[in-house]
Write a protein that binds this ligand. Sequence first.
Ligand SMILES: [Zn+2]
Length: 136
Amino acid sequence: MADTISSDRRSEIMSHIRSKNTSIELMVRRCLFHMGYRYRVNYKDLPGKPDIVFTKKKLAVFIHGCYWHGHGCQSRYAHISKSNQTYWGPKIERTKQRDQQHIEELEAQGWKVVVLWECQIRDHFEETMAQLKDIL
Ligand SMILES: [Zn+2]
């Protein structure tokens, strides 16, 4: 199978996308903290390790990058390039399936699940946080 991007470039992309504390996650966490909410992060005891968890309210929040989690939106965050799409396509598809499975498992356990997308957070931050506050 042809490798369409150099391994240097790939690890650069990977570390960028995979980093534990992505800036969008921090944006949301800081905002919630300032609003007075207290929460758990990267909660390992739940399916999919939700990014933010409100244990008493049984609310799990996932913060997903548009590209890596295959949002399928038209935002500029959703695509890197055609060749990368070919390379990562199957992996993104599996990630999407896993995400969906985690949501179903959480809901089956009585959790409410909210998925916040990168494009919402970056382009409509205040509305996104207001919506989350309504749910909380
Ligand atoms: Zn998106």
